[in-house]
Design a protein around this ligand. Structure first.
Ligand SMILES: *[C@@H]1O[C@H](CO)[C@@H](O)[C@H](O)[C@H]1NC(C)=O
Ligand SMILES: *[C@@H]1O[C@H](CO)[C@@H](O)[C@H](O)[C@H]1NC(C)=O
Ligand SMILES: *[C@@H]1O[C@H](CO)[C@@H](O)[C@H](O)[C@H]1NC(C)=O
Ligand SMILES: *[C@@H]1O[C@H](CO)[C@@H](O)[C@H](O)[C@H]1NC(C)=O
Ligand SMILES: *[C@@H]1O[C@H](CO)[C@@H](O)[C@H](O)[C@H]1NC(C)=O
Ligand SMILES: *[C@@H]1O[C@H](CO)[C@@H](O)[C@H](O)[C@H]1NC(C)=O
Ligand SMILES: *[C@@H]1O[C@H](CO)[C@@H](O)[C@H](O)[C@H]1NC(C)=O
Ligand SMILES: *[C@@H]1O[C@H](CO)[C@@H](O)[C@H](O)[C@H]1NC(C)=O
Ligand SMILES: *[C@@H]1O[C@H](CO)[C@@H](O)[C@H](O)[C@H]1NC(C)=O
Ligand SMILES: *[C@@H]1O[C@H](CO)[C@@H](O)[C@H](O)[C@H]1NC(C)=O
Ligand SMILES: *[C@@H]1O[C@H](CO)[C@@H](O)[C@H](O)[C@H]1NC(C)=O
Length: 858
């Protein structure tokens, strides 16, 4: 009774308009019943209204609250206004129906930063027509309950992380007009049931991970105007049924795995404006009459498939055509010489095909006043580059005719193409000089004139190309010197002018183009002089090639500042001197070629610490021991031929063994190599004694003249970098021993001075600083034949800015004291000789006593 009363009330209060809408629905759902008597109709109407009333605005409220509660509290963002202090119709993103007051008709929460799942309660918003959750972070599956929304017309869930299958029950929302689910993670099949959404006009599912083929039923969606299924992971054939989509305006099937041929029916849809099926495995030919059937087409993108056949001449009748993308197929034949009849063209992309014939069709393109992109590279075009190339549209931004067989020279009028950003004419047979006017194209970003037959000089006007990031002029016949004006190309990332006849020296200005980060290749020219010191400014440079020139002088130490270098190629010059130790800082270096120079000195051991993948030092004048670790472990990675005085190294290198450093085994104790152990042992005893002596002095007298730390006049001073250099960057090959407070390295300052030993204190060990102090104190005052002479102290900061303390002694080749006092097996078999016997130990003790005696005298 109550329900019927409510029903009657509703009947009275609802408008006629509303009634008619309900009737419509009834008709659709149940045509037979709707044809029955008016009385029955009335009853049905009442029934439906009562259901609507029963699920009243209270239901919507609950649904919205459930919707909110499925969103992560931290990302609830703009849903703060969703609280019960106000009517939900006023909540952010909610629009209520004008016909049914207080019922939710629209949810628009695009780009609100929401994260969470979609509540199943969404299915209770019975009057919902539009919902957009675009660009949020919703995840999980879309609940099947969405199929309950019979009034739904517009769904946009694009740009979320929804996964799982598309909800099949969505097919029950037969009022759906727009379905946009791009950029999610949907998987599974596209439900064939969607074939019943006969009102659907827009279906956009681009960028998902569906499986399988497109259900042929989609071809039944004859209302579709926009069908976008690009990058959806779909395979199989494009259904023949798509030929029925006679309302299509936009067709996008790019970037799937479609195979077979394109259904001919698709080419028959005259309404299509954008036809994109690029990047699939499609075969077959392009129908010859395409230009007649696709009479409204503005863009054709069939690129990156396996299409064969020729360019359809009928396209010239598609006067609406703006974009032709046929690149990366197997198309053959000629391009119509009057292509320019399509005066609306702004993109011509025919690259990577087998098109042939004369390139003169470019002349006709001067009528295309909007032409912006002309890419016909990697074909078989022949003929002379028409001078009318300079009369192409003033808005042309990209010209690429590289990798063809084009002759002739570049018209100097090319300066007219003021919008040109990309000019690639490489790998042709072009000749003559490079027009100065190219320097006027100040929007140029990419310039490749490489692999042609250009002669003359590099125009100094190129310095005006301040936006240029890539300049390739290699493999031509250019001569003259490198213009120093290039310093103004402040955005240059790559510069390749190799394989020309350039001469003169390398302008220091080139080395100041600090933007160079990819490549600087000046190789295979006739450049003379030395590498400018300024080379150190190229801190971002990855590959640096100066090979096969006539450069001389030493390799500048500043090259060690080019910290990004991965490939350094200096071979085939006349560089002399040593391989600078500064290169040890080039930790990213993978390829180093210094072959065919006059480099001398030893192979620096830091080369074995770098993670080199290829090292070529052959044909130099290097001598001495070859390291055995790092890149030197693998003879396939190293070339050392033609250096006559190298020795050692791994066996595979087949070098003679190095002569032993010190062969005499007699009288070891008097040999200098025993002195270091003596010294270290002495230091320990001395330190203790000094403490004791000082204590005594302090007690006796106020021993005030507390000795200052090494006075400047007494010693040579070494900086951190001196020591870094001397020890080859504290190379572990120079490591003599490791003690509790630090490590001892051998090093060399220069050829004229004796070797030094550097004791680097590990300041993170507790007591190391103190140990340093006491060691200094002792050695400062002590002179004894069995104690090493302290040359200097280094107290500064290292390259990372940490405190760095080291002592520098004369070097006496030896091991550590520990090694001598305790049994220590050596590899070369005469371990007995290296073990100290009791008498030797005694002698050490006596020597220490001597040292102590000396101290007390001082
Ligand atoms: C409830 O929403 C109103 C705006 O609609 C807002 O001013 C108020 O602060 C909200 N209350 C709470 C507790 O969030
Ligand atoms: C539901 O509708 C009634 C009557 O129209 C109204 O009084 C009430 O405030 C509504 N409730 C909500 C939550 O909007
Ligand atoms: C709304 O939907 C939920 C879940 O789908 C259901 O549990 C609930 O009973 C429905 N009805 C109302 C009036 O909230
Ligand atoms: C989805 O549709 C199926 C078949 O029509 C139906 O049985 C099921 O109840 C629907 N699920 C929901 C949640 O509406
Ligand atoms: C398309 O619709 C027609 C008629 O409504 C139907 O007979 C046919 O089976 C449908 N095709 C597919 C593939 O579902
Ligand atoms: C294309 O349309 C023409 C005429 O409109 C028709 O004769 C032809 O059969 C159609 N081709 C396909 C493959 O549908
Ligand atoms: C196509 O263009 C050619 C050349 O202009 C013309 O002769 C022909 O009539 C055109 N065909 C159609 C169907 O428009
Ligand atoms: C350019 O168009 C004019 C008329 O619109 C025509 O006379 C001329 O032949 C066309 N030029 C080319 C190269 O197609
Ligand atoms: C380019 O255009 C200029 C004037 O616009 C004209 O004088 C010249 O002949 C044209 N050159 C070519 C090769 O068409
Ligand atoms: C470089 O540009 C300036 C101003 O844009 C111009 O005056 C100068 O002539 C140009 N230099 C060269 C060599 O083209
Ligand atoms: C030496 O290098 C080559 C080439 O990288 C590699 O194939 C080979 O396995 C390496 N040999 C050894 C012993 O590491």
């Amino acid at each position: 009774m109550l329900e019927i009363k409510g029903c009657l009330l509703v009947v009275l209060s609802e408008t006629i308009l509303k009634a008619s809408i309900h009737l419509k629905q009834v008709k659709v759902l149940n045509k037979k019943m709707a044809n029955s008597t008016p009385l029955f109709l009335g009853f049905l109407f009442c029934f439906i209204s009562s259901v609507a009333t029963y699920s009243s605005n209270e239901t919507d409220l609950l649904a919205l609250l459930a919707f909110k509660s499925a969103i992560l509290p931290d990302n609830i963002g703009s849903l703060n206004s969703w609280n019960q202090t106000s009517n939900f119709c006023t909540w952010e993103g909610i629009v209520c129906s004008t016909q049914y007051h207080d019922r939710v008709a629209e949810i628009n929460l695009a780009s609100r930063g929401l994260e969470g799942t979609l509540s199943t309660y969404i299915g209770n918003l019975s009057f919902l027509r539009r919902i957009s959750l675009r660009n949020n972070k919703f995840q999980g599956v879309i609940p099947q309950e969405i199929g309950l929304l019979g009034q739904l017309e517009f769904v946009d869930f694009s740009g979320n992380s929804f996964s799982g299958e598309l909800p099949r029950n969505l097919s029950k929302c037969i009022n759906l007009v727009n379905l946009s689910m791009t950029e999610n993670s949907f998987s599974g099949m596209i439900p064939p049931e969607f074939g019943s959404l006969y009102r659907l006009e827009v279906m956009n599912l681009t960028n998902n991970k569906f499986l399988g083929t497109i259900p042929p039923a989609i071809g039944n969606l004859t209302s579709l105007t926009h069908l976008s299924l690009s990058s959806c992971g779909l395979t199989g054939q494009i259904p023949e049924s798509f030929g029925q989509l006679q309302s299509l305006i936009l067709l996008q099937l790019t970037g799937n795995g479609f195979s077979g041929s394109i259904p001919l029916g698709l080419f028959n849809i005259s309404t299509i404006q954008l036809f994109e099926v690029a990047d699939n495995q499609l075969e077959g030919t392009i129908p010859e009459n395409i230009g007649f059937t696709l009479s409204n087409v503005r863009g054709i993108l069939l690129a990156q498939n396996k299409l064969s056949g020729t360019f359809p001449d009928s396209l010239l009748n598609s006067t609406t055509l703006e974009r032709i993308g046929l690149f990366s197929n197997k198309l053959t034949g000629r391009v119509p010489t009057d292509l320019g009849r399509l005066s609306g063209l702004w993109v011509i992309a025919l690259w990577n095909n087998f098109f042939e014939g004369d390139i003169s069709f470019i002349s006709s393109l001067t009528n295309c006043t909007r032409l912006s992109v002309l890419r016909i590279n990697n074909n078989l075009f022949t003929g002379f580059l028409p001078s009318s190339i300079a009369n192409l549209s003033r808005v042309i931004a990209q010209i690429d005719i590289s990798h063809n067989k084009i002759q002739g020279n570049i018209s100097s009028d090319i300066r007219n193409l003021q919008d040109l950003a990309w000019l690639d004419l490489s790998s042709n047979y072009l000749e003559g000089s490079i027009p100065l006017g190219i320097g006027n194209l100040d929007k140029l970003i990419y310039l490749d004139l490489g692999r042609n037959r250009f002669t003359g000089e590099i125009p100094s006007s190129f310095g005006n190309l301040t936006l240029l990031s890539h300049m390739f002029l290699q493999e031509n016949r250019l001569f003259g010197s490198i213009p120093s004006s290039l310093i103004d190309c402040t955005n240059l990332l790559s510069l390749n002018i190799s394989h020309n006849n350039l001469n003169g020296s390398i302008p220091q200005e080139i080395m100041s183009i600090s933007s160079l980060s990819v490549l600087l290749d000046l190789s295979h020219n006739s450049l003379t002089g030395s590498i400018p010191f300024e080379v150190g400014s190229l801190r971002k440079l990855t590959d640096f090639d100066l090979s096969d020139n006539r450069l001389s002088g030493t390799i500048p130490a500043s090259l060690g500042s080019c910290l990004s270098l991965q490939g350094l190629y200096l071979e085939g010059n006349s560089f002399e001197g040593k391989i600078p130790s500064e290169l040890s800082g080039l930790e990213g270096l993978r390829f180093l070629d210094l072959s065919r120079n006059n480099l001398s000195g030893a192979i620096p051991s830091f080369l074995s610490d770098l993670r080199l993948e290829k090292l070529n030092l052959s044909f130099n004048k290097l001598y001495g021991q070859v390291p055995i670790s790092g890149v030197f472990r693998n003879n396939t990675l190293v070339s050392l031929n033609g250096n006559k005085e190298l020795c050692g190294g791994i066996l595979e290198l087949q070098l003679p063994p190095c002569p032993p450093l010190n062969s005499s085994k007699k009288n070891k104790l008097l040999q200098p190599k025993f002195l270091i152990p003596l010294l270290v042992f002495g230091i320990i005893v001395l330190s203790l004694s000094i403490c004791w002596i000082i204590l005594i002095f302090r007690r006796k007298d106020s021993f005030s003249s507390s000795p200052s730390f090494l006075e400047h006049d007494q010693v040579m001073r070494f900086s951190y970098s001196d020591l870094l250099k001397a020890t080859g960057g504290f190379d572990k090959y120079n490591l003599v021993g490791v003690g509790r407070f630090g490590s001892v390295y051998k090093g060399i300052i220069d050829d004229s001075t004796p070797l030094i030993a550097v004791k680097v204190f590990n300041l993170s060990v507790k007591g190391a600083s103190k140990s340093l102090l006491s060691e200094c104190e002792v050695l400062r005052n002590v002179r004894h034949r069995n104690l090493l002479k302290l040359l200097s102290i280094c107290d500064s900061l290292d390259s990372q800015g940490y405190p760095f303390k080291a002592l520098i002694y004369d070097f006496k080749a030896n091991g550590s004291l520990e090694k001598w006092l305790h049994d220590h097996k050596e590899e070369d078999g005469d371990e007995e000789l290296k073990k100290l016997n009791m008498i030797q130990l005694l002698e050490i003790a006596i020597d220490v006593a001597h040292a102590l005696e000396t101290i007390s005298i001082t």
